[in-house]
Design a protein. Structure first.
Length: 128
């Protein structure tokens, strides 16, 4: 059985996208490594989790880390959308400013921030 022209065209397109992604990964290796290091050190990883459990507004700072990681990931293939579930998780875990009334709904407000960060960091770490 001979593959259809449509199948061959899709495979060629997929191969080209894969090569472009690999090229960008090589080009941005140092920047991605730096971002991963910042997202893995005490201040970028341990401290935000600590802040969550101690109900500190400083946990809100993790959103900036998350946005930085997501921007770097999206830049690797700007012509392709990020996974919709990943985008939903990031959307639910970013875009918040602390307000005192959030203390009354602490986990509801802040757990999505940590979840978004953990997913973003997972994908950042998986390219190595």
């Amino acid at each position: 059985m001979v593959p259809s022209e449509e199948f061959v065209a899709r495979e060629e397109e997929r191969d080209a996208a894969e090569m472009a992604l690999l090229t960008k990964l090589r080009q941005r290796k140092a920047a991605l490594s730096d971002l991963l290091a910042k997202s893995s050190d005490h201040w970028g990883y341990e401290d935000p989790v600590y802040r969550f459990y101690h109900q500190s507004f400083k946990v809100y700072y993790i959103q900036e880390h998350t946005r930085s990681i997501v921007a770097a990931l999206a830049d690797l293939a700007p012509d392709r959308p990020l996974n919709p579930w990943f985008s939903e998780i990031v959307s639910l875990g970013t875009g918040y400013e602390f307000a005192a009334e959030h203390n009354l709904r602490w986990t509801e407000m802040t757990r999505p921030m940590l979840e978004a960060f953990f997913h973003a960091r997972f994908f950042l770490d998986s390219w190595r």
